[in-house]
Design a protein around this ligand. Structure first.
Ligand SMILES: NC(=O)c1ccc[n+]([C@@H]2O[C@H](COP(=O)([O-])OP(=O)(O)OC[C@H]3O[C@@H](n4cnc5c(N)ncnc54)[C@H](OP(=O)(O)O)[C@@H]3O)[C@@H](O)[C@H]2O)c1
Length: 291
């Protein structure tokens, strides 16, 4: 099966290429080879490669920068997805797309289900929601996988930032009043490939929106403590820094962060037998790779 992967140089794109199962002919393109915001380029690449499935791992992911660069964020996260959706529908093929917890307002107390009302609070979340709407409207066979707090050995993420700060500082403050689910890029790639295999073998899936994130839920502060504990154990850090628990208000950012990002992932498990990965084990694999 021929699979076109966009955003192939990003965290998830990288893992999608690395973990492609046997029997899939993968064409992974970075943003220079394929700008998804360019409709003509999308149409050309799709016409040439004739994919049987598109997996979109491309996105404008700079959450804070998006507040002052909204036009670009919308061009990639909404219009780019529309371009892929239209090209896929023309060929009669599905699109698997990755979305985010930021489509929610982040003020809930229970894990978000796919049917819960959305309400993004910033440009990034709104533009990603725009992409979901465009995909659903333009491509009849689509999977939208919302995830959160992505980390991996490749690319920029919280784990890498903590490792750098842990080496530079003896003490640091980490936000302890935001709750979410760290998710390894590799586990997202595995979930998407499991869906691709099911689609290849059965010719259909239960299409629609799904949540997929790591387990258990934690705060950034708890995530940081576990990163330092494991990194120290593996010899990546000489000493564990003091990690102070701080409030969101102590760490102002241009885009507001959801206080509650916990995703209920039971729908994907029930529909497609894909279970959540324990992020602490995934973290161990990533740290070993970095070591
Ligand atoms: N990171 C997170 O914590 C997080 C959380 C929830 C959901 N997500 C979602 O998960 C997906 C994957 O995220 P990630 O962490 O892998 O992001 P990432 O590492 O920032 O990768 C995104 C990739 O998209 C590419 N890209 C940007 N604009 C593009 C364009 N116009 N055309 C084609 N490619 C373009 C970038 O390429 P260049 O670098 O060459 O520009 C980059 O390699 C995204 O949909 C994101 O919204 C991420």
């Amino acid at each position: 099966m021929r699979v076109l992967i966009t955003g192939a140089r990003g965290q998830v794109g990288h893992e999608l290429l690395r973990l492609a199962p046997e029997g899939f002919q993968v064409h992974g393109l970075g943003s220079t080879a394929l700008d998804i915001g360019n409709a003509a380029q999308v149409a050309k690449v799709v016409a040439e490669f004739q994919p049987q499935l598109i997996i979109n791992a491309a996105a404008y992911t700079a959450v804070d920068k998006a507040e002052s660069d909204a036009e670009r964020a919308w061009a990639v996260n909404r219009d780019g997805v529309a371009n892929l959706a239209i090209a896929a529908e023309r060929l009669g093929i599905p699109v698997f797309h990755i979305s985010t917890d930021y489509v929610f307002a982040g003020d809930a107390r229970e894990p978000y289900r796919e049917s819960d009302p959305v309400g993004p609070t910033g440009v990034y979340g709104a533009s990603k929601l725009g992409g979901e709407v465009m995909l659903a409207a333009n491509c009849s066979r689509n999977i939208i996988l919302r995830t959160s707090w992505v980390f991996g050995a490749h690319g920029n993420n919280f784990v890498k930032t903590m490792l750098r700060l842990g080496r530079e500082r003896e003490e640091l403050g980490v936000v302890a009043d935001q709750h979410g689910c760290p998710t390894s890029a590799a586990s997202i790639a595995r979930a998407l490939w499991t869906l691709a295999v099911q689609y290849r073998d059965h010719g259909a899936l239960q299409w629609g929106v799904y949540h997929y994130a790591g387990t258990p839920a934690c705060t950034w502060h708890e995530f940081a403590l576990e990163i330092f504990r494991q990194a120290h154990e593996l010899g990546l850090l000489e000493r564990v820094p003091v990690v102070r628990a701080i409030a969101t208000t102590d760490y102002p950012t241009p885009a507001t962060r959801p206080a509650w990002s916990v995703l209920d992932c039971s729908k994907l498990h029930e529909a497609h037998d894909i279970a959540q990965a324990d992020w602490r084990e995934e973290l161990g694999l990533v740290l070993r790779e970095l070591a």
